[in-house]
Write a protein that binds this ligand. Structure first.
Ligand SMILES: *Cc1c(COP(=O)(O)O)cnc(C)c1O
Length: 490
């Protein structure tokens, strides 16, 4: 299948090119030329296990692969999850379910794509004749960084450099990254927020001079952020998979439309749900949940995307984002795939910090989406309320989505995507459910375990004794130097 850019007529022969490049040369994002229709395949998918579902769905977009090849890769990736199930659904009440996506190696939903992306990238590079060393640049709001490091560590012919906002991640998230092992990894804090990291990384991608300097060292750039189609496509799978699981469990009827509520930051997760709907999954509404950084809530209400606002550092840091990159893919679809219009809006965003869609596009948007936000106090109340009422321990991101979907409730069954383990945010989770304020992340974890009987994951207990390997914190204008130095190291 061909992939086209959102900003010009630029296109590539197949997904492998799109995945290896990461970003189109015109600065746009790659999207599939069309969406395969799987509406007649739900029964078939219900018969399969997760890895088989993944290989089937991903194979529709990556038709340059043999099914067996993809299946072997999916089995290897998803075998790394607890109980071999990357996406179990938990029933909270008759019409509320939680899709737990955090049982992978780094305890966040990013693992679902990033356990598979190294295969897609390595294999894609070989298929498309890339001989150079690949340097992956990552901007992270906390979870992508660790999941990408874990996925790509010690991969042959690949190096990875992660940039995270030094004051914008939780203690556990930071320690997870700074203690990363592997000979091909680099982790650097940036003085600033996630948008500063993302902007710095995007700038390096479109910097011709840097690309030449790297080319002289036989290095090409690629991306593990959700701007990369290889990050999105594995995420489409769990929407189908959750639907099949509910159907099989008798919780929903055949063809019954359900809602998905998604804690949203860079818009990658929920966009995958939109793609699933376009592919024929019976979805009513996709509910976009934000924290106090509610630029998306406002956009869905008014059609104006305006980044001129205060930035809040919240206890759901992976959603502390003002510029949601993947929204570009959505407005491209809304515009009827008008690349000129999309390009115009994106350059407006860059110049003025805002853009607006038409009334017609806005009403199209509202057919598929609803949106809401919740502030810090409401998030705390939700964590404590859902624990008291249902005994369910949610992390702050999941709590935001739980709160928003209950506020909006429609009388349709709703699946809330749970994106991280509560043990990544121990101090805030503990204080919300018990009122106890504990400064140290590990002491908080122990008390949380005692109070809730939810076991501390091994990935967290192992961190306590892990050696910190990376402690650099730099100015946002110095990323290029860091990268050039890193590629020169053996
Ligand atoms: C990344 C992340 C999000 C946001 O997902 P997007 O795809 O960026 O919208 C939400 N919650 C957690 C825990 C995350 O790691």
């Amino acid at each position: 299948m061909r992939f086209i850019s959102t900003r010009s007529t630029e296109n590539v022969d197949n997904a492998s090119y799109a995945i290896v490049k990461g970003l189109a040369e015109d600065g746009g994002l790659f999207v599939p030329q069309f969406f395969p229709d799987l509406s007649g395949d739900i029964d078939k998918l219900c018969e399969m296990d997760y890895a088989e579902r993944a290989a089937y769905i991903i194979g529709k977009f990556l038709d340059e692969y043999q099914t067996e090849e993809l299946l072997a890769a999916c089995k290897a990736a998803y075998g790394r999850f607890e109980d071999g199930d990357p996406a179990p659904t938990v029933k909270i009440s008759d019409d509320l379910f939680v899709l737990e996506l955090f049982h992978g190696p780094t305890l966040a939903f990013k693992d679902i794509a990033l356990t598979l992306l190294p295969f897609l990238l390595r294999n894609g590079a070989d298929r498309t004749g890339v001989k150079e060393e690949i340097l992956i640049l990552v901007a992270t709001s906390g979870d992508t960084g660790k999941a990408a490091l874990e996925g790509f560590k010690d991969q042959k012919g690949i190096k990875i450099n992660v940039f995270y906002p030094s004051d914008g991640v939780s203690d556990m998230q930071e320690l997870q990254m700074r203690s990363q092992n592997g000979g091909n990894v680099n982790v650097v804090g940036i003085k600033g927020n996630f948008d500063d990291c993302q902007t710095a990384v995007k700038k390096m991608f479109s910097d011709a001079r840097l690309r030449t300097l790297l080319a002289n060292k036989n290095v090409v750039l690629s991306s593990a952020n959700s701007i990369n189609f290889g990050r999105l496509v594995p995420q489409v799978v769990y929407y189908f998979s959750a639907y099949c699981d509910l159907l099989t469990a008798g919780e929903i009827e055949k063809n019954e439309k359900i809602n998905f509520a998604v804690p949203t930051g860079n818009f990658g997760n929920i966009l995958a749900g939109y793609y699933a709907k376009k592919m024929g999954l019976p979805v009513d509404k996709l509910i976009c949940a934000s924290n106090s950084n509610n630029v998306l809530t406002e956009f869905f209400a008014t059609g104006e995307y305006d980044t001129d606002r205060e930035f809040y550092a919240t206890m759901s840091p992976s959603m502390d984002i003002l510029i949601s990159s993947n929204l570009e893919r959505l407005i491209f679809e809304l515009s009827g795939r008008d690349h000129k219009l999309t390009e115009k809006r994106m350059s407006e965003l860059k110049k003025t910090g805002k853009y607006e869609i038409s009334a017609e596009e806005l009403s199209k948007l509202k057919e598929d989406f609803d949106a809401g936000y919740c502030d810090e106090e409401e998030c705390r109340e939700e964590m404590s309320g859902i624990f008291e009422e249902y005994g369910y321990l949610a992390d702050p991101h999941t709590a935001v989505a739980l709160k928003v979907c209950q506020d909006l409730s429609y009388g349709k069954k709703t699946v809330v995507l749970s994106t991280a383990s509560p043990y990544k945010f121990t101090q805030n989770v503990l204080s919300a459910i018990s009122g106890k304020r504990v400064k140290d992340a590990f002491s908080a974890a122990e008390i949380l375990e005692e109070e809730t009987a939810a076991p501390i994951p091994k990935q967290i207990s192992d961190l306590r004794t892990a050696a910190v390997r990376f402690d650099a914190v730099i100015d946002k204008n110095s990323t290029e130097e860091v990268v050039l130095k890193f590629v020169s190291e053996k």
